[in-house]
Design a binder for this molecule. Sequence first.
Ligand SMILES: [Zn+2]
Length: 901
Amino acid sequence: MKSFAILLASAAVLATAPSAVSAQRTPQADTIDASLPTQLPRTAIPHHYALTVTPHADRLTFDGNVAIDLEVIKPTTSLVLNAVDMTFSSATLVPARGGAALTGQVTVDDSSQTATITFPRTLAPGAYRLQLAYSGKINTQANGLFALDYKTKEGADARSLFTQFEAADARRFVPSWDEPDYKATWDLTARVPANQMAVSNLPVASTKPIGGGIKEVRFQTTPTMSSYLLFFAAGDFERVAKPSAGREVGIVVTRGNGSKAHYALDAEAMILPYYNDYFGTPFPLPKLDNVAGPGQSQFFGAMENWGAIFTFEYALLNDPAITSESGRQGIFSTEAHEMAHQWFGDLVTMAWWDDLWLNEGFASWMENKTTQHFHPDWGADVDRVGSREGAMNLDALNSTHPVVQQVRTVEQANQAFDAISYQKGESVISMLENFAGSDVWRDGIRRYIATHAYQNSRTTDLWAAQEAAGAKGLSIIATDFTTQPGIPLITVGPAQCVGGSTAVTLTQGQFSADRQQQTAASPLAWHVPIEASAGGAVAKAVTNGRTTQLSVPGCGPLMINPGQHGYYRTLYTPQQAAALAAQLPGASPVDQYGLIADSMALALAGYQPMQISLAFLAAMPPNGSAKVIQRVVGRWDDLYDRMDGDPAAQADIAARVVSAYGPRLQQLGFVPRDGEPAVDAILRTTLIGTLGKYRDPSVLAEGSRLFAAWKTNPDAIPGSLKSTWLGVIARNADAATWDAIHERARATTGSVERASLYQLLGRAKNEALARRALDLALTPEPGKTTSAGIITAVAGAHPRMAIDFVLSHLSQVNQLIDISGRSRFMQRLAASSRDPQLIPVLENYAQANLAASDRKPIQQAVDRIRSDSVQAQRIRSETAAWLKAHPAAAGAAGGRKGERG
Ligand SMILES: [Zn+2]
């Protein structure tokens, strides 16, 4: 799954049966592991589901009929499986060896999400077929079978159906053993309007009309797989496709969007052979589709259903009228991520949600690796450090959790899709690959995939495969970083030059943003693979105990973690930090950003004064890597927000950013240039956005000019800059501007652009306009999946207003959010707040609305606000003092005069 946070052919393709499928029909009995924390009694094991569904899209209901071939493994009078929001009309059990059919009585339990089918006599162990007839609900948010409504190009109302089952929502579609280790094969048949296209994991096997304008579409049998990977969609679709590596890759879109699908299709075709080689096992299905749905979810952006990825249109379609360069790069990375899951997750699946990170950490890492492979000019190595920082923001809090964690409720499974599973997982894998060497690591992955294909695995299986491939000593490091929460802190002692090498003592502790004293007194301990350079060859060591002696070739400035592969923070002496800051202009981009980010986190948490990290920030040369400058500007802007209420300091920061990086914008120009580097295109959007926020006159003037033209001609703003310019304009909007954007939103039919215009209405800094946006979100006008995005947009500048609004309309707002995303929606609304008065509000919300086991996201929001507010006064006074003592270079602002793109 990709977190929330981017050739016309017929549906019938490749009638030939996939060779890999038939060999895998019968799962091994040993895939059912009695030690797992299943929510279902281990009395029966399903092997095959034959499912027929008949959706009634207009009534938002469907009828289902399923025959489940199963094996009773213990004598029992009842079978318990998962089911939610279903009404059963019949339940029959037929022994496979013949004999009379038994009629079962069905009772459903909403709280445990199960149906219990009780039979008149005890079932002896053996094979049976369970037949269930039932009806279920079509939802309007992305849980189970759900409907997405949109406008056709002609402005007519249309509705398409899709499914979303991870983590535990297949049970809303089919009564099933809906846990990842109950792998089974699936035959899906769907009865849909004859003029619609139906899509599932495998190609269509046969289609026949059955009268009444309905056709019956039967799909080929899937390989054995987990229930959360099943997929079905039906609608007025078109499909673009092409061959790649002996398979067919395709993109399915709502009719009329085919031309916007080629960028994603080309990415799929490019990545498939690379993955076939990397994983050492070819993609086992005959086709791989990515199905685009209009709308959005507050829980996810894309989902790796085997052979039929689902992605919301905003993350998959390349529309020259609205897609930015970062949006285009997002399409590639979404494909890379979801395609990696086709092996890591789909072919080999974690045995239980405790090991979810095996899916998400790996796919995130592979996404970054693949982007670096195919697009080395995109600066994805710097993004890798960005992932580390994202993970550490959460991992530094008391309410973090280990990468491998205990998941015991459905809500906990949903909450596991967080920065620890994704970004910390990615960062730890990156560190381990660097430790093992990339060839050894790849061989270990090939071994792991080959050993566990069509089965389930655990984290320790991956380490065993790596050790077997030659990564000696990896397991102990990997175990420390995945079973313990938190971040190692490496404190560097004074260094000495001895015979041309730098001798230094490193002391290991634990970095924390909210328990500095406790972690200093009793830190966790890790085996940390350390790298260091001092101008010569890189020295390597693995820490073992509190202190490590290191001899680093060369006597230049000492840098720990060059290349930034390590998952730890490094605290230098002030002299060492100053020497590194002086060398910053000559460092590689990845080290520039790594040093700045590491130093800033240490200062914000109180491990060192702000002036040390401000010196790093100020040392970044304005003509340096566009990718790093983009992030450095973001760091300055974070400080700008922290100085809220100190207008002099804010004006100083704004002037520094304008004077240092305004000339860079001038060079880039306001208008995209043909053939310009992708990183330049993205830096342009960052600079327009930030300078616009600081009300830089030349940016505002250009914005006003473009907006005036856009009001009469939607193409007046270059498509790749549309969301950037409109974002600046919406933020500074007055009532007339707000009304003009609203008017355009109402008149727009394209679902991605329409939703983005509605969300812009929530960006207004003006409070009255922000309130109007909130009120609008509760009307039907924006559309069922757009409204929550408007509320999130309001929370950017007005978190308290948005949260108070949600709390006073909670039942209405809950209808606008996926069930799986509700607790984290509230966490997201609080993300831009540093107001300690919000803490009791959040805690009361959690107490009243979430089970005690399910409050972690709210606790994380509370911990973050508390740790920020404890440090706030010191950060502000140290920053203000540094700004006064280091006046920005005079005269640079003069270069801004007369700037026009
Ligand atoms: Zn994923």
